[in-house]
Design a protein around this ligand. Sequence first.
Ligand code: GLT
Ligand code: MN
Ligand code: MN
Length: 391
Amino acid sequence: MSFDLTPKPEHKFTFGLWTVGSTGTDQFATTFPIRAGKSPADIVRLLGEVGAYGVNFHDNDLIPLDATPAETEAIKKDFRAALKETGLVVPMATTNLFSSQIFKDGAFTSNDPKVRAYALQKAMRGMDLGAEFGAKVYVFWGGREGAETDVAKDPLEGLKHFREALNFLCEYNNSQGYGYKFALEAKPNEPRGDIYLPTTGAMLGFIETLDHPEMVGVNPEMAHEHMAGLNFMHAVAQAWDAGKLFHIDLNDQNYARFDQDWRFGQQSWKQSFFLVKFLEDVGYTGSRHFDAHAFRTEDYEGVKEFARGCMRTYLIFKEKARQFNEDKELQALIAESKAEDKSMEKFSGKFSAEKAAELKAFTFDRNAIASRGLRYEKMDQMLTDLMMGLR
Ligand code: GLT
Ligand code: MN
Ligand code: MN
């Protein structure tokens, strides 16, 4: 192996305090922790040791919900010192609007105006905290924004309330001069029976209804699109096409299971390869954030292996993408499959009445066109060989 798999700052690999800091409790359940909890400062040190570039946090990953002002200051001081010591940065922050009991029926979309106001207050305070540490992306994952039954919650009301909250927070962002980009993260279900705006595509449609659509983009998560049985790379491509790929959550899981949040590339090699290839080909410059957890079977040595593995696999696929792009035989087959035909140029591009008339009058040899084999089978097997090191 001749390529370098060492994570470097320019790769923009980030982890959340809640990811490597996970103590191995089953998500959203009340099983016992497997690993002893680490302080935010110690989590930063662990990330520094494995070579990450940045660390992200929810308000309450850093400052526990009921911390006193003195405790808050002490935690911030330690955290700041660990950042300085390791050189890690904080590119993204977010608000926990899902763990506390008050959010049992949603936060921004709760029917209860007191809950909605509390969620707004918590989000503003979270934005203040993120800004203090230099975060420039602010993620909104509405884990509880949904329902188990539609008997008393109206999705139209929910959307209206969600829109009002984001409009309010965009203005708050402007009024404070924070310069955040907001990134909305979709998930189809879990912990709610149904979560509103369940896919990245749904989020992209919703963003256009906001007062400041330019400030708001998406944070697609691989596992979440896979839970919905969708092609993650296609969702990311749509976000990129819309100029809305402000952040990305990389992880893995088996299709159509509960949210497994596994190490990137653990399960879906091919989907992960196409994803990495996409991000590298288009020149995405944002964070590659790993929103995943180590298995419950692991101690902190295993957690480090997990974190190293996420980054290493990304870099392996990045190298494979380079090989793919430079593989002359493969590229020639791809070009051939596109059947470039200059005589068709007159029919493409902008509409004109003449063009339309000429196209309507043209005769196509439908059977000849359809009978051409595209050789996708051959190319796809070549990709398998390439990924397995046989090319
Ligand atoms: C939570 C969730 C993630 C979100 C995080 C941000 S928290 O772990 O499962 O997908 O990205 O709120
Ligand atoms: Mn997840
Ligand atoms: Mn996520």
